[in-house]
Design a binder for this molecule. Structure first.
Ligand code: ZN
Length: 461
C-alpha cells in the first residue's frame, strides 16, 4: 500500500521545502521534488499545507493514580485525543508505588497500555522508593527500553526523594548512561507554606500558586544541577515554569553540563490570574509547578529560542472539574494536581509561529525532533525522511478553530482554553502509514499503537 502526500511544504527541524512524501507500508519511502512520483494507491493533497513529522509528547500521565483518584484519560482516550491534535507518539510515566519493584511497575503499565493505544508509546519510570533493589532494577528497565527515571523533590511522603536518594540514583544513571528527570520544587518548604495557608483560612485555589513560589523551583533546580554535577549524571528538568529555574538551567548549560529542560503550553499561555478565577474555577488550573505571574512567559519563549528550553511537553494529567477537582473545595491542597493538554500542544505552539515567537522549523524541533533525540527515538521518529516511520501530520496553517470542552476529544469535562480562537489546525494524521485522522473523522484503532523500546538519549553519545 503506497500513499503519496503531494504538493505540500515539508517542514523538518532544519527548515521547510516544497516536496512530495511517498509512504510505503509503515515507513516513508522517499521525499522528492514535487511530481517525481505521479502514482500511488492513495493520494493526499497537501497544497497550501505543511507536512510535519508527527508530534512527540514526552510527558503524559494516562490513568495515573493521584490522591485516591485517577487521571481521567485512559490510554485509549488519551492517545486518541493526542492523534486528533497531531501527536503520534507519547511517552508516559510508569509510577512505582513505595514498597513495590520497578519491574512489577513496568509490567503493570504495559498491561494498561498494550493493545489500547491509537498511536505509538513509550515509558519513563518514576522512582519513588530508592533502595538496593530498585537501583539494581534500573539496569533491567534500561534493557527493556525504559531509560529515563523521574524523581521528585516535591510531594514529601508520596514521591519525594531525599538529596541522598537522588545522589544514589544519579550515580546509577551515570554508570548506565541513562537520564534522571527531575520535578524540581522544594517540597519540604512548600508543605510548611501550604499548612500555614490552610490554617489561616486561605483555602482558595490561587493559594496553590502562592504557596509554591518560583524561588523554591529555582532553588530545587539549582540543587538538582549541583547533584548532577557531583555525580556526572545527565539531568532533564521536567515542566520548567519560571525564570528562576530557567536562569539556573542556562547557567549550567553555559558551562557545558548535560542539563536539559522542557516547558509546557500552560506555562507559555496561562498564568496565576487563571488560578485566581472566582467560584472555584481556579481549580481547573491547579498543576505543579503552578502557573506563574504573566511576566514569566516572555522569559520562557526566549528560553525556547536560545535552546535553554529544548522540548515542549504537556504534562497531560486531566482531572474532571466535577467530582475530581471538587475534592478540594475549601482546601486547595486536596485539589488533584494536573491539567488536560495532550490534544492542543501542536496547535498552541503554532500560535508561537503565528506571533513570531519561534520559527516554523523551531516549532517542529521542540515538538518532535528534539524529543525524539532526547529520548532515543531518532530518526525512526521526529523527522520526515526516507526510512523513518510514516508518522506524518498534514497541517493547514490558514484554518481557524475554537477550542472547547464541547468539541475536544480528551475525556475531561472542561478545557483550560475554553473559547480560544486559534490559527491553524490538523488536517490529516498518519501513524506508521495508517490514516488515523482525516476529513474531520477518526479512522484509528486502539490496537494500532506499538510500544517503543527506546535507545539511550542521543544527546549523550
Ligand atoms: Zn508530570
Amino acid at each position: 500500500m503506497r500513499t503519496l502526500i503531494r504538493n505540500g511544504t515539508v517542514v523538518n527541524a532544519n527548515g521547510a521545502v516544497a516536496a512530495d512524501v511517498l509512504v510505503d507500508g509503515e515507513t516513508i519511502a522517499a521525499v522528492t521534488a514535487p511530481g517525481v512520483f505521479p502514482e500511488a494507491d492513495s493520494i493526499i493533497e497537501a497544497a497550501g499545507k505543511y507536512v510535519l513529522p508527527g508530534g512527540i509528547d514526552a510527558h503524559t500521565h494516562m490513568e495515573m493514580p493521584f490522591g485516591g483518584t485517577f487521571s481521567a484519560d485512559t490510554f485509549a482516550t488519551g492517545t486518541t485525543a493526542a492523534a486528533w491534535g497531531g501527536t503520534t507518539t507519547i511517552i508516559d510515566f510508569a509510577v512505582q508505588a513505595k514498597g513495590t519493584s520497578l519491574l512489577a511497575t513496568l509490567d503493570k503499565w504495559h498491561e494498561k497500555a498494550d493493545g489500547n493505544c491509537a498511536v505509538d508509546y513509550g515509558f519513563h519510570m518514576i522512582i519513588s522508593d530508592v533502595n538496593d533493589t530498585s537501583l539494581k532494577e534500573m539496569e533491567s528497565c534500561i534493557d527493556a527500553g525504559v531509560n529515563s527515571f523521574k524523581m521528585f523533590m516535591a510531594y514529601p511522603g508520596v514521591f519525594y526523594a531525599t538529596d541522598g536518594e537522588i545522589l544514589l540514583a544519579m550515580q546509577k544513571a551515570t554508570e548506565t548512561g541513562s537520564m534522571i528527570m527531575m520535578h524540581a520544587e522544594n517540597g519540604i518548604a512548600i508543605d510548611q507554606l501550604v499548612a500555614q495557608a490552610i490554617a489561616s483560612g486561605r483555602t482558595d485555589p490561587v493559594h496553590h500558586g502562592i504557596t509554591r513560589p518560583p524561588e523554591l523551583e529555582g532553588e530545587a533546580t539549582s540543587r538538582a544541577i549541583q547533584l548532577a554535577k557531583v555525580t556526572g549524571a545527565p539531568l532533564y528538568i521536567v515542566h520548567l515554569s519560571s525564570r528562576h529555574a530557567l536562569t539556573a538551567v542556562a547557567e549550567a548549560r553555559d558551562t557545558g553540563q548535560n542539563v536539559f529542560a522542557e516547558t509546557c503550553p500552560q506555562y507559555l499561555f496561562l498564568s496565576l490570574d487563571d488560578l485566581a478565577r472566582p467560584d472555584f474555577e481556579g481549580s481547573k488550573f491547579v498543576c505543579s509547578p503552578p502557573l506563574r505571574p504573566k511576566d514569566h512567559q516572555s522569559d520562557l519563549w526566549r528560553g525556547l529560542r536560545t535552546n535553554d528550553l529544548c522540548v515542549v511537553s504537556t504534562d497531560h494529567c486531566p482531572f474532571c472539574f466535577k467530582d475530581q477537582k471538587e475534592l478540594g473545595r475549601g482546601d486547595f491542597s486536596k485539589i488533584p494536581n494536573g491539567m488536560p493538554g495532550v490534544e492542543h500542544r501542536m496547535d498552541l505552539l503554532h500560535q508561537g509561529v503565528v506571533r513570531g515567537e519561534i520559527t516554523l522549523a523551531r516549532w517542529v524541533e521542540i515538538s518532535s525532533a528534539t524529543p525524539a533525540r532526547m529520548f532515543g527515538l531518532y530518526p525512526r521518529k521526529g523527522v520526515i525522511t526516507a526510512g523513518a516511520d510514516a508518522d506524518i501530520v498534514v497541517y493547514d496553517p490558514a484554518a481557524t478553530q475554537t477550542l472547547s470542552a464541547a468539541t475536544h476529544h480528551m475525556n475531561v469535562d472542561y478545557s483550560a482554553y475554553e473559547g480560544w480562537e486559534l490559527t491553524g489546525r490538523v488536517d490529516a494524521v498518519l501513524s506508521r502509514g495508517s490514516v488515523v485522522v482525516s476529513g474531520g473523522e477518526f479512522h484509528g484503532r486502539e490496537s494500532h499503537g506499538k510500544f517503543l523500546a527506546r535507545e539511550l538519549s542521543q544527546y549523550l553519545n
